[in-house]
Design a protein around this ligand. Structure first.
Ligand SMILES: Cc1cc2nc3c(=O)[nH]c(=O)nc-3n(C[C@H](O)[C@H](O)[C@H](O)COP(=O)(O)OP(=O)(O)OC[C@H]3O[C@@H](n4cnc5c(N)ncnc54)[C@H](O)[C@@H]3O)c2cc1C
Ligand code: SF4
Length: 321
């Protein structure tokens, strides 16, 4: 591992003024240190964000929720009011990684984590995303890869919370030397770009300050269901984040976001349309679960994910009844 200097951050302005390819922000460190050890990042300095005051708040304001970049996944999963009003997010945070990791892992760091593709993470492999000529997963071990990517890279986004945040129509507040900007969550995560430093809309000198979520309607319900090989300490094979608003027993609006199927959270729009105007009876759920696979095309070794998609969507919708 290449040695690096460690410094305490003091203010957002000071840190963003210093950030570049050689100076990277450190939050919980559960991802950045692995990237450094694996040769996927090589900063000369890391700046600890945890010493900057005011980045770890959870606030419910009149215009919506504000979740600080340094809020841990453990807090998101356990804060009563978050679980009550934003259950899809609390469940997604609680389904991520392991209890030890969730105590350390922050929301901001979670959104900036890099792909888990085993070829990408192997320091000896130089695949397309790292600047090589081709994607080794395309005709290799693509069991955990995408169903909805046109290539050349077939990663899936590893974050559980990101999918819940798209379902909740969240935005990311970002600060940098050029000021602040707000990026809708659906635009924050980017399709893979060759030799990019991240799969996000962040510039190298920008920080996530917090995540804003509009207040859900009183009749809204949410659920997150994740299928993985292990119940803890594992990334989703497939997941479904459902946020549904009701008018009486009838679905008035639905946002259904699939994980494990695309490089970015994937809106299952045919399934959403199939739900609107219907009550969540068994027939409507079966129809929506079937519609959720529209637009998904397996690679050579991951057709099993289509059944998982139908299963997690049906389970998420059943939990809303
Ligand atoms: C074994 C294992 C299993 C896991 N399983 C899951 C899982 O099932 N689901 C899931 O969602 N995640 C999973 N993760 C990922 C884990 O949730 C992330 O590693 C963690 O959330 C990253 O947060 P952190 O605070 O540790 O980030 P760090 O490691 O500190 O930083 C990660 C990246 O984000 C950047 N960064 C950090 N904070 C900011 C900020 N405020 N603004 C801009 N950039 C920032 C850093 O520079 C770095 O590039 C797993 C990780 C491990 C190691
Ligand atoms: S899926 Fe992307 S990261 Fe994985 S081998 Fe292919 S190009 Fe590399």
């Amino acid at each position: 591992m290449k040695p690096f200097a460690y410094v305490h951050g003091t203010t957002i302005d000071e840190v963003t003024g210093a950030l570049d390819a050689a100076c990277r922000p450190l939050a919980g460190g559960t991802e950045l240190l692995r990237l450094i050890k694996g040769g996927l990042a090589a900063p000369e300095r890391v700046v600890d964000l945890k010493t900057i005051p005011g980045l770890a708040g959870i606030e419910r304001r009149a215009d919506g929720w504000r979740l600080g970049a340094l809020v841990t996944l453990a807090r998101l999963a356990s804060e009563g009011q978050v679980g009550h009003e934003l259950p899809v997010l609390a469940q997604a945070a609680g389904a991520a990684a392991s209890p030890q990791l969730r105590n350390r892992a922050t929301l901001g760091g979670n959104l900036v984590q890099r792909p888990r593709c085993w070829y990408f993470r192997d320091p000896l492999v130089h695949c397309w995303l790292k600047g090589g000529e081709r994607c080794l997963a395309a005709d290799g071990h693509n069991e955990r890869h995408a169903l909805a990517s046109t290539g050349p890279c077939h990663i899936v986004h590893p974050s559980d919370p990101a999918h819940a945040l798209v379902a909740l129509d969240a935005s990311v507040l970002v600060a940098g030397p050029r000021g602040e900007r707000t990026i809708p969550m659906a635009d924050f995560l980017h399709m893979p770009r060759q030799e990019a430093w991240s799969e996000t809309a962040l510039a190298l000198d920008e920080l996530i300050v917090d995540v804003a979520i509009p207040l859900p309607a009183g009749s809204a319900r949410g659920a997150y269901v994740k299928a993985a090989e292990r119940a803890v300490w594992d990334f989703a094979l497939v997941s479904a984040a459902a946020q549904v608003t009701f008018q009486g027993p009838v679905v008035a609006a639905a946002r259904l976001v699939l994980g494990g199927v695309a490089p970015v959270p994937w809106r299952a729009s045919d399934a959403e349309e199939a739900l609107v105007g219907r009550s969540l009876d068994d027939a409507a759920i079966v129809r929506a679960a079937g519609a959720a696979t529209v637009g998904l095309h397996p690679l050579s070794r991951n057709a099993y994910k289509l059944d998982l998609v139908r299963g997690v969507v049906a389970e998420a919708l059943r939990r809303l009844r």
